[in-house]
Design a protein around this ligand. Structure first.
Ligand code: FRU
Length: 508
């Protein structure tokens, strides 16, 4: 697909590409027979990942019948992208997940190339999934395809039946001057007694766009308008839009493809952004002024949000990036994971990102260090680990640079450093271990001369919440099992005012 979809280069190696019809039963049987074969080396402790095979975007994130449901783009048969199914997991606390049977398989003519991304809504007590049916229409699968929107329903949140009226949004409902191919990832929501869905697309001339549709019953849909469109700086196709109200403002999040970098921001091949404004419901236009990154790291894509029973707006994203080398794709038999769910809060025109308090119940062996005065060089903090939560507060004082080195081992380290003069926080995974290296940075201001970091390390991932969630940097890292060291460092005088560390244990 010309949207840079790929595992695509690896997709060509799908030796397991089945000749038989891809049904849910077949997928579930395969998973049962093969899930024990995954290599445990880089399996995460407290993040959702596939039992076996490939995972990408979060889909259908919702609270239903007293539990959190998270579906995801799934190809069980190999650790590469393939004809998409919807995997399904359920949780009571958004930390510990139970795997459920596959919810959707590409078993209809209108979704034969894959059940692509989508969302969930509750209607008359039923759980309704809305997703994109992908169909390959010619010899060049990257260019010859069509996409329509479809629904499936369940009474119990486990077994889903596709509607006989599918597609519910067909090709003839694509407006003029809009891509006839890239028409996907419906995020459905209800407002003032009507259902709406936003869809990712482009204007065929290199500008990503989001389309808005309206329905009274989820079956009959009518096109409303182009909700938002790239001004030329925001990539050539938009994927996975999500529109929601947060604290009286309308927020659009989406994943622009091939967005050009702006300084330290948007350095990945495909990015994620949010804009905050006001939805003009009559015209179906989002009025906004600015846009901002959702994450400043390497591996964060296709985020989706839900509102839970406590009224929290919670976001989860695919903790990977397209077209990178994922070490578990070679012989580990699995690839892809979800980020930690993050609560979104509003401060002025910006979003704040918070880890959820539910994770605290899994803390073990808390260790605290206070007022470590550093005059330069490295300081062993006498703590170590490979799956933990770390809270650190630095006072910059005279230092030019300071930070933390994590997952330290023979020739390996993952470095978080703050440059006082440049006011820039850098995450460096060049020597983290296997897999891609490089660094990402974010402009960060000290507060009262202090930098506060809240870090989650989980075997093959790191998420750094900066200054109480003003920014977050997410990355996959693949250090060896013995790389467990933790050190602080500085050049010049500064104080590590506080360091707390807890191991996190979720698996029995
Ligand atoms: C985003 C995406 C979606 C699509 C899905 C296919 O990562 O490209 O636009 O629905 O992945 O797996």
């Amino acid at each position: 697909m010309d949207h840079g979809q790929t595992g695509e280069n690896v997709q060509d190696n799908v030796h397991a590409r089945p000749e038989e019809k891809l049904t849910r039963e077949r997928a579930n049987t395969y998973i049962k027979q093969h899930r024990h074969e995954v290599n445990p080396a880089y399996r995460l402790e407290y993040h959702l990942m596939p039992e076996v095979g490939w995972m990408n975007d979060p889909n259908g994130f919702i609270y239903y019948h007293g539990a959190y449901h998270l579906f995801y783009q799934y190809y069980p048969y190999a650790p590469v992208w393939g004809p998409m199914h919807w995997g399904h997991a359920v949780s009571h606390d958004l930390v510990k997940w139970d795997h459920m049977p596959v919810a959707l398989a590409p078993d209809q003519t209108y979704d034969s190339g894959g059940c692509f991304s989508g969302s969930a809504i509750i209607k008359d007590g039923k759980l309704v999934l809305m997703y994109t049916g992908h169909v390959v229409t010619g010899p060049d699968k990257d260019h010859d395809y069509q996409q329509t929107q479809n629904i499936a329903e369940s009474n119990n949140g486990v077994d889903f039946v596709k509607s006989l009226q599918n597609p519910v949004i067909d090709l003839n409902q694509i407006p003029a001057h809009t891509s006839a191919k890239d028409f996907r990832d419906p995020k459905v929501f209800e407002r003032n007694g009507m259902y709406y869905t936003v869809l990712g697309s482009n204007d065929t001339a290199g500008k990503g766009a989001v389309l808005l549709y309206r329905s009274a019953d989820l079956q009959q849909w009518s096109y409303v308008n182009v909700l938002a469109q790239s001004d030329g700086t925001l990539g050539d196709n938009w994927e996975c839009p999500d529109l929601f109200i947060l604290d009286d403002r309308d927020v659009l999040i989406m994943s622009p493809q091939r967005m050009p970098a702006q300084g330290d921001n948007y350095r990945n091949l495909h990015s994620t952004v949010y804009m905050m404004g006001t939805l003009n419901e009559d015209q179906g236009v989002l009025e906004y002024e600015q846009y901002y990154p959702l994450d400043y790291g390497f591996d964060f894509y296709a985020p989706q949000t839900m509102e839970d029973a406590q009224g929290r707006r919670i976001m989860v994203a695919w903790m990977e990036t397209w077209e990178t080398d994922i070490p578990t794709q070679s012989s580990h038999k699995w690839a892809g994971a979800m980020t930690l769910p993050r609560q979104l809060l509003r401060r002025g025109e910006r979003l704040i990102f918070q880890p959820l308090p539910e994770i605290k119940q899994y803390r073990m062996e808390g260790i605290q260090r206070n007022h470590i005065r550093m005059v330069g060089g490295e300081y062993d903090l006498g703590v170590s680990g490979d799956r933990y939560e770390l809270h650190a507060v630095f006072k910059a004082e005279e230092a030019r640079q300071f930070g933390l080195k994590l997952r330290i081992g023979e020739g390996e380290e993952t470095v978080i450093s703050y440059d006082v003069e440049q006011r820039r926080l850098c995450l460096d995974r060049e020597h983290a271990g296997q897999g891609p290296g490089g660094e990402r940075a974010a402009a960060v201001e000290l507060r009262d001369g202090k930098l506060e970091l809240h870090i989650f390390v989980d075997i093959s991932s790191i998420e750094v919440f900066i200054q109480q969630g003003e920014q977050v940097m997410t990355a996959r890292i693949y250090p060896g099992p013995n790389s467990t060291g933790i050190k602080a460092f500085s050049s010049g005088v500064c104080t590590l005012v506080e360091l707390c560390k807890w191991d996190l244990r979720v698996q029995d």
